[in-house]
Design a protein around this ligand. Structure first.
Ligand code: NFA
Length: 102
């Protein structure tokens, strides 16, 4: 290597690299059975959306099949997915929520 020496070989000096933790998209998936108003309630309850915002995102999922409903740290994303899946299961709706690395 060559860290300032004037002699041989490959330069390997590094700059301090600050690495940030990855972010995860939380996705909501369309299905044919979950009521629209239930999806709106989920988005209001777990993602802090206004009714208008929630209705808009619900319609996007309904029409396009999937939408990103938020971007979070791994731990927060996991918690959101678990909360939505549990809430849907308790109400016997097949609504699916997943996460993927951004
Ligand atoms: N497609 C569902 C219906 O017509 C509504 C829905 C929207 C479900 C978004 C899941 C996600 N009742």
């Amino acid at each position: 290597d060559d860290g300032g020496g004037s002699d041989t070989s490959v330069v390997t000096d590094t700059r301090p690299k600050t690495k940030r933790p990855p972010l995860y998209k939380v996705l909501l998936l369309n299905d044919d059975y979950t009521p629209m108003e239930f999806v709106v309630a989920v988005l209001e309850r777990f993602f802090g959306m206004s009714h208008a915002q929630a209705f808009e995102i619900m319609l996007t999922v309904h029409k396009k099949g999937v939408a990103v409903v938020g971007v979070f740290s791994h731990e927060i994303a996991e918690t959101k997915v678990a909360q939505v899946m549990d809430f849907a299961r308790r109400h016997q709706h097949p609504l699916q929520c997943t996460m993927e690395k951004e």
